[in-house]
Structures are given as C-alpha cells and as structure tokens.
Write a protein that binds this ligand. Structure first.
Ligand SMILES: *Cc1c(COP(=O)(O)O)cnc(C)c1O
Length: 346
C-alpha cells in the first residue's frame, strides 16, 4: 500500500469515509463546453450528514483525538462551515461531545444564513454552538478555543482542539494524500492519464494534501487550485509551507516544488463566502446538466474555475474536477441564489 507515502498508513485514523468515492464522467458538461473529456471525483458523496471533503480530513483529527483519550472535540469556522458540521457528525457517530465556535467571516444578517444549512444540521447532531465576533483572526479564534478547552478540562472532560491557524501539524491534509492515491488507482484502472486536476484551495489542506500525494506517488499532472478564501499572493506561499509540514509529518522528502503550486483567484471576488456571476452560472450549469449540487462558497467557485479551464482545453484533453461537497450551504444561501438568478448575464 505504501507506495511512496511514508508513514501515512501508520498514523492514527478513524475510518468513517467511503473508500473509494465515485468517479463520474460529465458527458453533458462536455457537450456544453465542447472539447475535453471531463470527470468529477465525488467526495460530496461521503456517507455522514451530507458528506464533503472534511470527512477525509477528520479521519486523521479524530484518530489523534482518540489516541489521546479525548471525549470532546472543539473546532472553529465560519457560521456555515462544512468542517464544523462534519466534526459534529464524527462526534455523534463516535459518542463524543462537539463544541463549535462560529466566526463572523461573512457579513450576512440573513436569518437563513444563521439558522439553516450547516447550522441546522449541527443542532440536530447535538453540537454546542459558541460565537466569536471576528472573522479574520485565526490565532485569536484558536486562543478562544483553548480557553473553552480549559473550562471543559476543569469540568472533568478530556478535550481535543482542532486548530485553525498555521503552525499546527496539518493532519487533515493527510486525508487528501489518501484521496490522491485512491483517485490515481481509479484512473489507472480506466487507463486514463488526466491533463489536469482542478481543486478548491481554502485552508489549503485539500489542495496541499492532494498535490503532495500525487507528487509523492511520482505523478506530475498539474493541479490547479481555485482560491476560495484569500488571494493567490497569500495562498501560494501558504501551500508551500503546508507541503513542507506534510513532509515532516510523513517523514519524507518534500516532493513538491514551488513551481508545482498553481493557484488562481479569478473566481474569488467579492470575497470568501460571497457569490459572483461566474459562480452562479457554474452552480446552474452543474445542476441543470449533471444534477451536481454545488455551493456558492467552495464547490461552485471551483466549478467556475474548472469550466473556465475546460473552455481553454484542446479536444483530447482530460480534466478532473474534485467535488468537495458543501451541499447544506445551498439552503443557507437560498435568498442569495434567488437574487442572483435575476442578475444580468455574467
Ligand atoms: C472546506 C471546504 C473546501 C476547502 O478545503 P480546504 O481543505 O480548507 O482548502 C472546499 N470545499 C468545501 C465544500 C469545503 O467545505
């Protein structure tokens, strides 16, 4: 199994993700853009609580939490965070407590944003919700989580904190090194050598882990990261750092060169968690042509980048879209999407 991925299979991991997720051909979108062959790796089809990319990431965080004997997990994120929602799902499944800190990353007073989508699911899963007034203070959000953890410890619980800021081992990224190995196996079985992968780039755990996994397995296929959180000038160096940290975790030489880190922020505006017309069009194209559900924050923006790349592709090229989920956010953004439906052509 360990073809070049070092200690990956020796690290603690709680296996709740489906392995493998489907790899689907997108023939209707192929007709729409004309030219390349298109595939989607369906990590939106994970089994717990609407699935998504955080399933693979949380397998390693909960592995570490359990190895430490934790009975409670704390996590921080945007109000409509898929990471927080799936953390609550893991905790429910494993009989642990989950504390979620909601940051104010997106200026929205829409009641649906605050009560529906991921927030509704978190409540159903039995998580405890806390609020944090800032949205761009990663270290501050972590410090507040540590305070909560100290209070819980004083009450006799054993908390485990999933940190947000860089500087902590990127355990979640390992889940995407696993995904790279899995996807390469699926493509090899079909005899397909893709010309590019298109993936979202938020915290960078998915993008860095996937890129690292591919290169460690000796695959040189380009990976285009679509920025969903911050501009390319900040995201590219963040990924370089993340890849170095993954190498340390796995006790490997870093196989990722700086030139391997490709990011575009052409679909980010006006900012994190805010819709633009290219993303609206991508959400509608994915739904109406392939019955794919894409969200306005992550997978819709990534699909906008994928379709843009596909329109520039030569015929005979093969492109693979990594569908990272985000489905519940659609309901929280219902009003935004309804307004956007009336926007003039992109
Ligand atoms: C978190 C998230 C991303 C971004 O993943 P990172 O590992 O943070 O870069 C992409 N898509 C969805 C649906 C997410 O929830």
């Amino acid at each position: 199994m360990n073809r070049g991925l070092g200690r990956l299979d020796d690290l603690p991991r709680v296996r709740l993700a489906t392995d493998p997720t489907p790899l689907d051909r997108l023939e209707n979108l192929e007709q729409l853009v004309g030219g390349p062959r298109l595939y989607a790796k369906r990590d939106d089809c994970q089994p717990l609580a609407f699935g998504g990319n955080k399933m693979r990431q949380l397998e390693f965080y909960f592995g570490a939490a359990r190895a430490q004997g934790a009975d409670t997990v704390l996590i921080t994120g945007a109000v409509q965070s898929n990471f927080c929602r799936l953390c609550a799902a893991f905790a429910a499944k494993l009989g642990m407590q989950c504390h979620i800190q909601q940051e104010e990353r997106v200026a929205k007073d829409d009641p649906l944003y605050r009560t529906s989508g991921n927030v509704l699911v978190e409540r159903l899963l039995g998580a405890e919700l806390h609020s944090y007034p800032h949205g761009e203070d990663e270290a501050g959000a972590d410090a507040r989580l540590e305070e909560l953890a100290a209070e819980l410890r004083a009450q006799g619980r054993s908390p485990y904190v999933i940190h947000l800021a860089p500087g902590h081992p990127p355990l979640g990224a390992l889940g995407y090194a696993v995904a790279a190995r899995e996807l390469v196996g699926q493509l090899d079985d079909l005899g397909i050598e893709p010309d590019a992968y298109v993936v979202p780039s938020g915290s960078g755990a998915t993008h860095a882990g996937f890129l690292f996994g591919l290169r460690a397995l000796g695959r040189e296929t380009p990976v285009l990261g679509v920025c969903v959180r911050r501009g390319a000038d900040l995201q590219a160096p963040r990924l370089v750092t993340r890849c170095g940290e993954i190498a340390e975790l796995l006790d490997l030489e870093n196989p990722v060169a700086e030139a391997d880190v490709q990011v575009t922020d052409a679909f980010l505006a006006p900012g994190y968690g805010q819709l633009n017309s290219a993303t609206r069009d991508a959400i509608l194209a994915g739904a109406s042509h392939e019955a794919l559900m894409l969200d306005p924050v992550y997978s819709g923006k990534t699909m906008a980048g994928f379709l843009d790349r596909a329109r520039q592709a030569a015929s005979g090229e093969t492109l693979v879209f990594l569908h990272t989920g985000g489905t519940p956010a659609l309901f929280a953004y219902a009003n935004t999407l309804a307004e956007a439906a009336a926007w003039d052509g992109a």
